[in-house]
Design a protein around this ligand. Structure first.
Ligand code: PRX
Length: 632
């Protein structure tokens, strides 16, 4: 049964109901799922604790709602279509029935390796169907998955293994990425040297490269799966049992493990998927994200598969073997809904329209955007050249913490406006706050974006540190969830996300804490101090600009800059490598020792004429020195 909204008045009607009677509203949506036992109470919450529980004491298994539920009606329908990195290699299609059997088989494999309900499993894998199978197998046995983007370094992986105390790591020998091969197993080996919780490593063979296998600990995926039964009885989980942990960056140095639970997340991802994309049975849907990010969790795996959709999974990159690859895939599989990030659109825009010409793209009905603000130019390019002005664009605003889309047009229903995420989805009560903590009422206002009322897909805690969850999201504005984003509500009541107001930067849609990058830079033995800011970047949205005070020893500046980049690469991964590094004699600090980032941001973005008030600086002259040494 679908709870799809079909008209704009239908949207307003549903929205109204979701606000006046939220529990009744969500109970109605939740009713269409398969619960082993129904809830006693729909919602219990306070944002002080915070303490949020949805569908209390209900019992379920999310994979039964993906697999068993669709087995008889959609058994032969493709659930996952996999397109490999190399277009010459044959793709794979897994029907719902095949997916059921593969998930069951791997659930049995995990159980044979003594993985139990509540155990943590790290998934550090390429974009192959087995990654989704692994996630679902964990969910099926009640284990908690934590997918780590396979571009993260061994240090970053080790931090996540340690924090989650993972018992198992699922990985591959290597990954294909464009023309490159990445030795993934080697990264895992390195990470495991400094961690102690992992008992088992299961390696999926993808690139056939040589890897070292530690006897007793490391096993081949295909060997463990051989002869294993392909049916399995799903473990009963509570609605509020942990489904997964996903690490994300904040304004302090250490990434935090965002915790999502089974019942509410299930209800929310399916509901938002069907409504935002206006998915109709039979449609082919493609989200280009990596499963290492929340978009891959909610809108490649859980949302679409809960809805019985066909979800495409792509292993490669948009520019391999050429900049027409996305469009070749759209035509090949007759994709109806296409969901990508502004950074990918801008990267392709740079190649012009020639790479699009050979393809007709006439299967497309809806285009989606996610991860960062989409600038108007990119919006128009996407709309004109990809959507042929025929396809609505859904600019979807949400976060790892929200679990699912929060503010977005409903495709073809909500009138769109370039660069606007438009209106909140049913159940989402937004508030715009001024710096004094007062809610701004009415239209044509701008401030910090908060959410006043719980929604089923929201985070419950940050793993192992509830206080951090409270301080990060629930302390800034009493009784509200603070998103960290600035927002404008225009004269029509439409929402435009303005970007982060904290020390989080968004580089190519990847979220990064400035403190996290600074900590990595500071690991270089000659670095004395550093400060990192974001600056506008044509393709990436934001680039990373690092100001570094160094002991130069006998290095040239260029050598040192390269070494610092390598250090960041090693500590976090290539996505965090600064675009520009300026070696500076000092940083603009106030008398109390606080770095004035406002000045550093201005220099990085090249607005050098007005530095504002610098009279409180300890050494105002340092500003001129920084301006003079600015990296173009
Ligand atoms: O700043 C917002 C930006 O991405 C942040 C969340 O990042 P992450 O947790 O990695 O999740 C990304 C995918 C959901 C937000 O705080 N962001 C995300 N979507 C948009 C956006 N900014 C503007 N418009 C969007 N559509």
């Amino acid at each position: 049964m679908s709870d799809r909204i079909h008209t704009l008045s239908g949207y307003f009607h549903e929205y109204q109901k979701s606000v006046t009677e939220p529990e009744k509203f969500w109970a109605r949506i939740a009713d269409s799922f398969h619960w082993k036992k129904r809830w006693d109470k729909v919602l219990e919450w306070d944002f002080e604790g915070p303490n949020v529980k949805w569908f209390l004491n209900a019992k379920l298994n999310i994979t039964e709602n993906i697999l068993e539920r669709h087995l008889y009606t959609l058994g032969d329908k493709p659930a996952i279509i996999w397109e490999p990195n190399d277009p010459e290699e044959e793709g794979r299609t897994l029907t719902y029935r095949q997916l059921y059997h593969e998930v069951c088989r791997f659930s049995n494999v995990l159980e044979k390796k003594d993985v139990k309900k509540g155990d943590k499993v790290i998934i550090y894998m390429p974009m192959v169907p087995e990654a989704a199978i692994a996630m679902l197998a964990c969910a099926r046995i009640g284990a908690v998955h934590s997918v780590v983007f396979a571009g993260f370094s061994s240090n970053a992986l080790a931090d996540r293994i340690d924090d989650s105390k993972a018992k198992v790591v699922l990985t591959s020998d290597g990954n294909f990425r464009g023309s490159k091969t990445i030795p993934v197993k080697r990264v895992v080996d390195e990470a495991l040297k400094s961690t102690s919780s992992v008992e088992t490593v299961i390696v999926y063979q993808r690139t056939q490269e040589e890897v070292s296998m530690e006897p007793g600990r490391d096993h081949w995926w295909h060997e463990l799966s051989e002869g294993v039964e392909d049916t399995h009885t799903a473990v009963e989980t509570d609605s509020e049992d942990m489904l997964y942990i996903l690490y994300t960056s904040g304004s302090t140095g250490k990434p935090k493990g965002v915790v999502h639970t089974c019942g509410g997340y299930m209800v929310y991802t399916k509901y938002t998927f069907e409504n935002v994309f206006q998915y109709s049975p039979g449609d082919v849907y493609w989200c280009t994200a990596d499963i290492g990010w929340v978009t891959g969790h909610s809108y490649i795996v859980y949302g679409p598969l809960l809805a019985g959709a066909t979800s495409i999974m792509f292993e490669g990159i948009p520019t391999y073997p050429d900049a027409g690859r996305f469009w070749a895939i759209v035509d090949k599989y007759k994709v109806n809904q296409f969901y990508t990030a502004p950074t990918a659109i801008r990267a392709l825009q740079a190649y012009g329209t020639d790479p699009i010409e050979p393809y007709n793209l006439d299967s497309l009905k809806t285009l989606g955007s996610v991860g960062e603000p989409i600038n108007e130019e990119a919006w128009h390019w996407y709309h004109t050249h990809v959507g042929k002005t025929r396809c609505p664009i859904v600019d979807t605003w949400w976060q790892t913490e929200t679990g699912g889309i929060m503010v977005s047009p409903l495709a073809g229903i909500t009138p769109t406006k370039p660069a606007y995420a438009t209106l909140p989805l049913p159940g989402i009560q937004l508030a715009i706050m001024d710096p004094d903590g007062k809610e701004l009422i009415g239209n044509s206002v701008e401030g910090n974006l908060c959410i006043k009322f719980p929604w089923p897909g929201m985070l419950r805690t940050t793993y192992g540190d509830h206080e951090r969850c409270k301080q990060t999201y629930f302390a800034a504005y009493k009784g509200m969830y603070f998103t960290g984003d600035g927002v404008k509500r225009d004269h029509d009541g439409y929402y435009r996300i303005l970007g982060r107001v904290d020390d989080v930067i968004n580089v190519s849609g990847h979220r990064m804490g400035t403190a996290e990058v600074e900590n990595a830079i500071n690991e270089h033995p000659l670095v004395i101090e550093s400060a990192v800011v974001g600056y506008p970047h044509q393709v990436k949205g934001q680039g990373i600009y690092a100001y570094v005070i160094c002991d130069m020893k006998n290095r040239t500046e260029q050598n040192l800059v390269n070494e610092i980049k390598d250090t960041v690469n090693k500590i976090i991964g290539p996505i965090a490598k600064p675009d520009k590094i300026q070696i500076v004699p000092g940083l603009p600090k106030t008398r109390s020792g606080k770095i004035m980032r406002r000045i550093l941001r201005k220099v990085a973005e090249g607005s050098l004429d007005n530095m504002g008030d610098t009279s409180t600086l300890l050494d105002p002259e340092v500003v001129d020195k920084i301006i003079n040494g600015r990296v173009e």
